[in-house]
Design a protein around this ligand. Structure first.
Ligand SMILES: [Cu+2]
Length: 310
């Protein structure tokens, strides 16, 4: 299963890489192919990574499929228009066309160039809407994670696990251990079990942030005073990197996201340990608050902060 996905992606990467290499006049395809191969365990931004990141779960796979469809349609249209342009430039050049035609209407042609683009848009629209609804929410979520964007760090809560909650900050350059990624690794990653449909509820505490993990196919605003829903599932163990991708203030760069997908047993071990650790750090067990009520509780000041950062 994994091999199929990766090889399919490698093919897609090579294709898109080739198209872009041609467009930019350089050869970046080898770097891309390499990126897709190492992607099974760690999916992070790559140098020259111009294609979509590899998929770690079904939402991103659906995005890849749609992207491939649109890419091929673009390639076909570009080739068709290019050939047509070359033909008229040659066929109707001044030297071979001393007396130009005065034709100004052609009903069949005009109907065709109206109807054909409409048909192309319908072909794009139908899978596009299907994808939007697929991304919208999990049909049968097995657990919920509350994500709060704050200036400037992430706050994660597990309402199904005794309201376990903790903050996630990036690791300073000086404290990076070998193998950790600068500006991407965090002290407390978001740990999830492999193969579980996870409902994600997002909200913002101060300004609008955006929870963006490309390899899981998730990008959702975190808006103060509002709860938005989305979902993801990781189909294999791995570490998947993302970032806040809404310009949210001067430390916007300071909001990397690390999602660590582990097998169920490992997840339960982590959960037990995390409960002890974070509840000890917090001094008391976290109050049984949902993200929505948490946003309401911090509402005083939110308006002013939002005003400041407008
Ligand atoms: Cu942010």
């Amino acid at each position: 299963m994994r091999r199929t996905i990766v090889s399919r992606l490698a093919g897609g990467s090579a294709l898109a890489g080739l198209a872009l290499a041609l467009a930019l006049g350089m050869t970046s395809a080898p770097a891309l192919a390499q990126g897709a191969q190492t992607a099974a365990e760690v999916i992070a931004p790559q140098n020259w990574g111009v294609n979509l990141q590899p998929a770690a779960g079904p939402v991103k796979e659906a995005i890849h499929d749609f992207n491939q469809l649109v890419l091929w349609i673009i390639v076909a249209i570009t080739a068709f228009v290019g050939v047509l342009l070359a033909y008229v430039m040659w066929r109707f050049r001044a030297a071979a066309n001393a007396v130009p035609s005065r034709t100004s209407h052609n009903t069949v042609l005009e109907v065709a160039w109206t109807v054909v683009p409409v048909l192309i848009l319908i072909v794009i629209a139908i899978p596009s809407f299907r994808l939007i609804y697929y991304e919208d929410r999990a049909v049968d979520p097995e657990m919920t994670i509350n994500v709060t964007g704050r200036q400037w760090y992430w706050h994660y809560a597990y309402p199904d696990a005794g309201n376990l909650a903790f903050d996630s900050y990036p690791i300073a350059d000086a404290d990076l251990k070998p193998g950790q990624l600068r500006n991407l690794d965090v002290d407390n990653p978001l740990v999830i079990p492999v193969g579980k449909n996870i409902r994600v509820l997002t909200t913002g505490q101060d300004v609008i942030h955006s929870f963006f993990v490309p390899s899981l196919g998730v990008q959702k605003y975190t808006i103060p005073g509002r709860t938005l829903e989305t979902w993801f599932r990781a189909d294999r163990p791995g570490t998947f990197y993302g970032q806040c991708n809404q310009i949210c203030g001067q430390n916007h760069w300071f909001m990397p996201i690390v999602v660590k997908a582990v097998p169920q047993a490992e997840y339960e071990t982590w959960l037990a340990d995390a409960k002890t650790r974070f509840m000890a750090e917090n001094g008391v067990a976290p109050a049984p608050a949902k993200v929505a009520s948490e946003a309401t509780a911090t509402a005083p000041g939110t308006a002013q902060v939002a005003e400041l950062h407008r």
